[in-house]
Design a protein around this ligand. Structure first.
Ligand code: ZN
Length: 141
């Protein structure tokens, strides 16, 4: 699928890590490897929103996440709209607590829609399935 927003491998990663995309979230987006910890997964999901990578957003959604009850095409079209209509300009990890199979990541995300500031902070819960972290649920602060 062509993607006009796709960042360049040598450009800055949209997760705002300060690292090049190819050395940061790109290998996760491409499925070359799994994000090794919940904070990396959180960052890579944020940069997937910024890059319009709907496949990755679906792949990293936990099977028990509430949006999984949506028909696949509806889930994908709502994610596509979220990617398309918003600008993702900054991410700050505020804290994380990691257990063996479950983790909480507290973060602040800068998001704009047509110049309107929709930035928010959230505590996301991630759970491990077959060795890979997945996004289970989140609650905004
Ligand atoms: Zn990144």
């Amino acid at each position: 699928m062509s993607n006009l927003k796709a960042p360049k491998r040598t450009g800055p990663c949209p997760c705002q890590s300060g690292v090049e995309y190819g050395a940061c979230c790109q290998p996760y987006h491409r499925g070359e490897r799994e994000a090794p910890d919940p904070v990396s997964l959180m960052r890579s999901r944020y940069s997937a929103y910024a890059a319009g990578d709907v496949d990755y957003l679906v792949r990293t959604l936990h099977p028990d996440h509430s949006e999984r009850s949506l028909p696949d095409e509806l889930l994908r079209s709502s994610l596509r709209a979220a990617c398309r209509d918003h600008r993702y300009t900054g991410l700050k990890i505020l804290g994380s607590a990691v257990d063996q199979e479950r983790a909480t990541v507290h973060f602040a995300a800068k998001v704009f829609q047509k110049g309107k500031d929709l930035s928010f902070s959230e505590r996301s819960i991630f759970a491990k399935i077959d060795g890979a972290w997945r996004y289970l649920e989140g609650s905004t602060d």
